[in-house]
Design a protein around this ligand. Structure first.
Ligand SMILES: *Cc1c(COP(=O)(O)O)cnc(C)c1O
Length: 228
């Protein structure tokens, strides 16, 4: 896919997001688009920034750090949305504005301890609502305990939940999964303001179920190369 297509895709996507928002009586301004740029070159990110995109999501730390230095002249909000290995927390704690994939207290404590910037790190708890072993995330039954532990860490700011439900083609099934994430957010022992859910395949259903952040890769940048 060409760099020029990125601007067109973003324009199309913004229209679709606005339509999905108004279909559920929501204001599109409440929905932040995180452009997922994993495996995409810095030139694609640069094109997206030129087309008005500000927030980008990356899954792989070393790849993200390379692009961050290549793009250090741009004002980008960086989101880490990949699985977190404990030997990578020191870099993740300081190279990102948001981390979406907290699933264990140990990782949260390390990020809190290693965050050197004055501004706390915005964090989301990834919840595994599909019960898939292969997917990350805390089990719903353990969510509130994790939330209380994370909320007590001064260098982390707990903003809400993130989910990546099992792929579904039926929009009603997609929405039902996202509604269960929203229900978990309402039952948290503290107030939060962010629900990160929805990808290229299901962001409309996520918006209908209250998503405030959608994480979209393919619909912005086209299909990813097979190997990193
Ligand atoms: C890759 C990825 C996305 C984006 O997926 P697309 O289908 O390309 O939109 C969203 N969230 C997470 C956690 C991802 O790893």
């Amino acid at each position: 896919m060409s760099v020029a297509a990125v601007a067109v895709n973003l324009e199309t996507l913004r229209t679709t997001i606005a339509g999905a928002a108004s279909a559920s009586g929501r204001d599109a301004a409440q929905i932040d688009l995180i452009a997922v740029s994993k495996r995409m070159p810095g030139s694609m990110i640069r094109a997206a920034v030129a087309a008005g995109q500000r927030a980008f999501g990356e899954n792989y730390l070393s790849e993200a750090l390379e692009k961050q230095s290549e793009l250090s002249d741009l004002a980008i909000e960086w989101h880490f949305i990949g699985r977190i290995q404990s030997n990578k927390t020191a870099e993740i704690a300081n190279a990102f504005d948001w981390v979406h994939t907290i699933e264990r207290q140990k990782i949260a404590r390390r990020l809190n301890h290693q965050r050197e910037l004055d501004e706390p790190l915005n964090v989301l708890l990834q919840v595994n609502i599909s019960g898939e072993q292969s997917k990350g995330g805390v089990a719903p039954a353990e969510l509130n305990q994790l939330a209380e532990a994370v909320a007590a860490l001064p260098k982390l700011r707990l903003r809400g939940l993130m989910a990546l439900p099992a792929p579904e083609t039926d929009p009603q099934a997609q929405k039902a999964a996202f509604l269960s994430v929203q229900a978990l957010a309402h039952k948290l022992p503290l107030k939060t303001d962010t629900l990160s859910m929805g990808t290229s395949n299901d962001f409309a259903a996520a918006i209908a179920a209250g998503a405030t952040m959608i994480r979209v890769g393919t619909a912005v940048f086209g299909p990813r190369p097979q190997t990193p």
